[in-house]
Design a binder for this molecule. Structure first.
Ligand code: TXA
Ligand code: MG
Length: 308
């Protein structure tokens, strides 16, 4: 299959809408990262997303809606705590776990009784959803396990020959995925830290807990390796130069303290791969504010965490 990359225009959006209506998969920009979208009501279309990504069959995808009316076509109910978060953060990079309606095929939820849903603020994403007239199931548009794409060129690296169209809306505004909150539990649980800080969530709903590797409440995707570059990424606490000496025979890229940010992390990891680095060294950062999401992604992408 030939993969077209087209800049945003009335024509390219119309082409994407036509493909979505035919049950095809299209990559498109959102304010967080690029998504790989398909009609969420079509099991056959959603299965194409799993095939394109090589996504494990037990990792559900999230659903993007264009209005509150559309939200109610995919969920059974919206608990008051979730409604507060919607009022505060939608449209925007917040995903909620809500009881799923019967209309949503198993292919989306992988059989769970809940669905992950958000209303993106990205204009192109909203135009596509409204144009298609259906919610769009869309995980990040990377091959499973790779860093998420924050440009159309990143999507092309992973999806060339696999999907018909990539809409190019320039670099993503946030560069990291949405924050996922399960607000059906008391207290609410942050399943994935992301573009909206935990403090901001807490300011709206009060006490929240953050799901960790040891926690019982987890997102199905948490057990898989994620965001990983081809190079070996080593997270260092302490003196990077001491660790650097262990890799004299390798092509090593040291990320300066503060060089990696939520916005540029995935782009920097992909760029290091393009440049042929074999080992990437990054320093552990403090887990405050945006540092929570950044450390979450770094840990998942890393092959090892070492102390100098
Ligand atoms: O910013 C984002 O969230 C991007 C853009 C494209 O919107 N999307 C994204 O989707 O990151 P994805 O599919 O790569 O990540 C969705 C996460 C996965 O970790 C999945 O396991 C989890 O949400 N998830 C999906 N349905 C769930 C459910 N019912 N309960 C708990 N976790 C769920
Ligand atoms: Mg993803």
């Amino acid at each position: 299959m030939k993969t077209l990359v087209q800049k945003i225009s009335k024509q390219s959006i119309a082409k994407a809408v036509a493909l979505l209506k035919k049950g095809e998969v299209v990559a498109f920009p959102t304010e967080t990262v690029y998504g790989l979208g398909a009609n969420a009501f079509s099991a056959a279309a959603v299965k194409k997303i799993f095939a394109a990504k090589g996504r494990p069959a037990d990792n559900p995808v999230l659903v993007h809606v264009g209005s509150l009316e559309m939200l109610h076509t995919v969920v059974r109910s919206v608990p008051p705590r979730a409604q507060k978060l919607i009022d505060a953060f939608w449209p925007g990079p917040l995903t909620l776990i809500l009881p799923v309606a019967k209309t949503v095929p198993r292919a989306v939820t992988t059989g769970l009784s809940t669905v992950a849903v958000r209303m993106p603020s990205g204009k192109v994403a909203l135009a596509l959803i409204r144009g298609a007239g259906v919610p769009l199931a869309a995980p990040s548009a990377n091959t499973s396990g790779r860093p998420s794409p924050t440009t159309a060129a990143h999507v092309l690296q992973d999806m060339r020959g696999t999907i018909p169209l990539i809409l190019d809306g320039g670099p993503s505004q946030f560069g990291v995925e949405s924050t996922i909150v399960d607000a059906s539990r008391t207290p609410a649980v942050v399943l994935r830290p992301g573009a909206i800080s935990i403090e901001a969530i807490r300011a709206v709903v009060g006490k929240v807990v953050v799901a960790g590797e040891k926690s019982k409440v987890r997102a199905p995707g948490m057990k898989y390796r994620h965001y990983a570059p081809r190079a070996v990424l080593v997270l260092v606490s302490g003196d990077v130069s001491l660790v650097r000496k262990q890799y004299t025979a390798k092509k090593v890229r040291v990320f300066r303290k503060g060089e990696l940010t939520l916005r540029n992390l995935y782009a920097k990891l992909r760029q290091a791969d393009e440049q042929g680095f074999e080992v990437l060294l990054a320093t552990v950062i403090s887990e405050k504010g945006t540092g929570v999401a950044l450390m979450n992604r770094l840990r998942k992408a890393a092959s090892a965490v070492v102390d100098s």
